[in-house]
Design a protein around this ligand. Sequence first.
Ligand code: FAD
Length: 389
Amino acid sequence: MNFELTQTQREVLETFHEFCAKRIAPRAREIDESEEYPLELFREMGRLGYLGLAIPEQYGGMGLDYVTCSLIAEELSRASTGFGLSVGAHSFLCAQNLYNMAGESQRQKYLPGLCNGELIGAFGLTEPEAGSDSTNLSTHAVKKGNEWIINGAKMFITNGSIADVILLFARTQRKPGSQGVSVFIVEKNFPGFSTGRDIKKLGTHGSPLSELVLQDCRVPEENLMGKEGRGLSYMLKALDIERALLSGMAVGGAQAALDCALDYSKKRRQFGQLISSFQLIQEMLAQMATEIEAARLLVRQAAWRLDQGLDITRHASYAKLFSAQMAMRAARQAMQILGGAGYCCEFPAERFYRDAPLMGLGGGTNEIQKLIIARDLIKNGLRPTKPGR
Ligand SMILES: Cc1cc2nc3c(=O)[nH]c(=O)nc-3n(C[C@H](O)[C@H](O)[C@H](O)COP(=O)(O)OP(=O)(O)OC[C@H]3O[C@@H](n4cnc5c(N)ncnc54)[C@H](O)[C@@H]3O)c2cc1C
C-alpha cells in the first residue's frame, strides 16, 4: 500500500495551490459578500485546463485521474467553497458525466467548450417533489418526430441560471420509480427552456442556485444521452462521483477553517500568552487536524477506487458522511477558537460556518448516506464491496 502521491499528482496540486493562493483565495470574501459568480475566474481556470481534469486530452481535458480531481476539489474549496461548488457542478457533475455517458458526436460537440470554460455546465436531477427520493421524477419527455418534448421543473440546480448546457433527467416511459428515466443534454437556448428564480441561501455564495422550467421544451433526438431508459444507472454512477468529490470539498472547507484557527491562535494573546499555548485550544486544533486527515484518507480511498474501476458506492458514502459531519465540527471549533472575532464578518470563520452545512445536504443528505451504508452492510456484511460494475 502506497500513500504517496505520484509526481504528476504532486505537480498538478502544487501548481493549482499557487493559482488558488494568488487568484481565488484573495477574492473569497468579495465573492461571498457580493454573491456574484466570478465568471472571469472560471474562464481563467478553463484556459489553464482545470475544468476537464479527468477528461481525455482529445476532448480538451487533461486526462488525469480521479485522485487528482479530489485533490483539486479540496484545494479549490479551501480557497472558496462557494466558487468551488459552482466549478464542481460544472466539471464533476456536467462535463465528467457527459464524457462518461455520452456518445462520440455529443462528446465532440460539447466537451471542448466545457473544458475550456466557454460553456458553463449544470446537472439537473432534483425536483420539487424528488429530492432524496430522486427517482420520483415528474419531469417527462415524449418523442415527437425527431424531437423530444420535455415538460417539468427542476429545483436547487447549481449554476442553473448561468448554465449553457444542462444534463437533465426526465422520465421517457410511463413506469413507476426508478424505471424509464433518461438523460438529455439540454441547451439554454432550446425553445421552451427557461430558468426560474435564483434561490438565496445561507452560504456557498457566488454559486447560483436556481429553478429550471421546461415547458414543451424541444430537444433534438440526438441530444438523448446514452441509452433511453438507462437513466437510473447513469444517475447512480454520477452520484458516486459527486459524493467522492464533494467530500474532497468538505475536507477543503474544514482545512480552511483549521488554517484560519491555527493562524489566529498563534497571534492572539490573552492572560499574557498566545492562546495557542492553552491546552484547551490545542485540544480543538488537534481534534480538527486529526478528523480532517481521517476524512482526507476516506476521500482518497473513494477516488482511488474510482480510478481502479471498483465499486465505490459504500466508500463514497463513508467519505461523504464522515467529511460532511467533520466539516461542521471543524467550522464550529474554528469559530470558537476565534472567540468573538469568529462571530464577526471581518474574519472568515463565520463564512466557513455558513458554507459547511451544504456538505451534508448536496449529493444526498447525511441520512441518505447512512441508509446506503447500512443497506450495503446488511446485504454484504463487512467484506470489501464487490468489484466494479
Ligand atoms: C446548495 C445546493 C446545491 C444543490 N445543487 C444541486 C444540483 O446541482 N443538481 C441537483 O440535481 N440537485 C442539487 N441540489 C439538491 C440536493 O441534492 C437535495 O437538496 C438533496 O438531495 C436533498 O433533497 P431535499 O432538499 O429535497 O430534501 P428532502 O429529500 O425533502 O429531505 C428532507 C429531510 O428528510 C430526510 N430524509 C429524506 N428521506 C429520508 C429517508 N428515507 N430516511 C431518513 N431521512 C430521510 C433528509 O435527510 C432530510 O433531512 C442542491 C442542493 C443545495 C442545497
